[in-house]
Design a protein around this ligand. Structure first.
Ligand SMILES: NC(=O)c1ccc[n+]([C@@H]2O[C@H](COP(=O)([O-])OP(=O)(O)OC[C@H]3O[C@@H](n4cnc5c(N)ncnc54)[C@H](OP(=O)(O)O)[C@@H]3O)[C@@H](O)[C@H]2O)c1
Length: 380
């Protein structure tokens, strides 16, 4: 019986994680749940998981019993007795300190949240640096990284030439580039293949998400950015590919459904029946691949270039993108200006020094406050 903490349990990944857990009641017990707010969904989850301690970032509401409340927040939850594996399904970089604590406390981390590695990949990498396969302790949940992980099983790392992340291309892959300034929030939220939270859905429309995934892949698999590429694959059936020295490619395929990579991170190295969608190959449609056109996806280019420059830029990219996406969703910024806000922030704050945790937190706050003021948004 594996004890699980789910950080961000009320969100899209968090809810699907609880569905996976519910499908295998003899294998898993939920020991901790956390969210941003004590929403109705969160309170129902707490009712369904009587053994779970709880925390919400907005502060303790009267509806959560005192004996279940973890005053020390995410960092306390991941260290609780009985927690063996922590699913990180929060948005933003809120969980970075808790991920470092969990790894130090020998917990397995199943990581859906990409911002943790975008901002603190160097710190996580140091926390993992000891004997053994780091992927046993830090397991990817993102479908692309889960696919790469599965393709690498049984292979020698020295034989890998390239990692190729697949991207659906988002809702605007066919749209005239000149019309991008007029994209509406509703159009940007209509992802063609995946149903996700709003932030990652907008990041998938700009393809900033794919560039963040390249950063994740760099930290998870230790390859340089020059060997991590992306290709447009509209049907999202091939979740990613690995190319080997002999010219072979391996891929992992399936319908777009996060239950499968979530479950694999929980049950590795075993495979069990999954509550996700299944269909035979004849129902998958065409497996088309197209080169990624950088002129259509300025955000992808901006983030990749800044990531390759390293230093403190991951923190800036994450904070600037979050503010820019919120400004777009709130009607304060046009869609085509999201990459410009990110690029300006990198120029303004970028430095080659890799930040420690305290510096990441301070820089994140500074970038957010300044950009929110620039964009006429209320302070948080
Ligand atoms: N959705 C997907 O299919 C998918 C796929 C791959 C990777 N990911 C990644 O997984 C992460 C979660 O995505 P999502 O789509 O599930 O997001 P989401 O639906 O917006 O859910 C986010 C969850 O995090 C909670 N949360 C936010 N701030 C928090 C804080 N400071 N402390 C504790 N909990 C907090 C939210 O609670 P409240 O709602 O109460 O604020 C909610 O439960 C993101 O990093 C995303 O990039 C998602």
């Amino acid at each position: 019986m594996l004890g699980i903490a789910v950080l961000g349990s009320s969100g899209s990944i968090g809810r699907q994680t609880l569905e996976v857990i519910a499908a295998h009641p003899a294998r898993f017990r939920v020991r901790a749940l956390a969210a941003g707010h004590a929403s109705a969904t969160f309170l129902v989850q707490l009712g369904d998981c009587p053994d779970a301690a709880a925390w919400v970032s907005e502060g303790k509401p009267a509806t959560i019993a005192v004996e279940r409340w973890a005053e020390g927040g995410l960092e306390e939850l991941v260290e609780l007795d009985g927690v063996d594996l922590v699913v990180v399904a929060t948005t933003g970089m809120a969980a970075l300190p808790a991920v470092l604590r969990a790894l130090a406390a020998e917990r397995i981390v199943a990581l859906a949240n990409k911002e943790t590695l975008v901002t603190g990949g160097h710190l996580v990498s140091t926390a993992l640096a000891r004997d053994g396969d780091p992927l046993e302790r830090l397991r990817p949940v993102d479908s692309e990284h889960s696919a790469i992980w599965q393709c690498l099983l049984g292979e020698r790392r020295d034989d890998v030439t390239r990692l190729i992340l697949t991207a659906s291309g988002g809702p605007f892959r066919e749209r005239e580039v000149e019309t991008l300034p007029r994209v509406t929030v509703e159009e940007a939220l209509a992802h063609p293949t995946w149903r996700m939270g709003p932030k990652i859905t907008i990041d998938s429309a700009t393809l900033v998400n794919k560039a963040f995934e390249a950063i994740e892949a760099r930290w998870l698999y230790g390859l340089p950015y020059s060997r991590i590429e992306a290709v447009i694959h509209p049907s999202s059936v091939v979740h990613s590919l690995v190319e080997f020295a002999d010219g072979s490619f391996k891929a992992q395929l399936g319908l777009p459904d996060m239950h499968l990579p979530i479950q694999y991170a929980l049950t590795y190295p075993n495979r069990l029946p999954s509550p996700g969608r299944h269909a035979p190959p004849a129902d998958w449609g065409s497996l088309e691949f197209r080169e990624l056109d950088p002129s259509r996806y300025a955000g992808y280019q901006v983030v990749r270039e800044a990531a390759a420059a390293g230093g403190n830029r991951g923190t800036i990219l994450n904070a600037a993108d979050e503010v820019a996406v919120a400004a777009f969703l709130g009607g304060r910024l046009t869609f085509d200006r999201i990459p410009m806000v990110i690029d300006d922030a990198v120029v303004r704050w970028g430095s080659p020094q890799e930040p420690d945790l305290a510096t990441i937190v301070d820089l994140d706050r500074e970038v957010r406050e300044a950009l929110r003021a620039d964009l006429g948004m209320a302070a948080t």
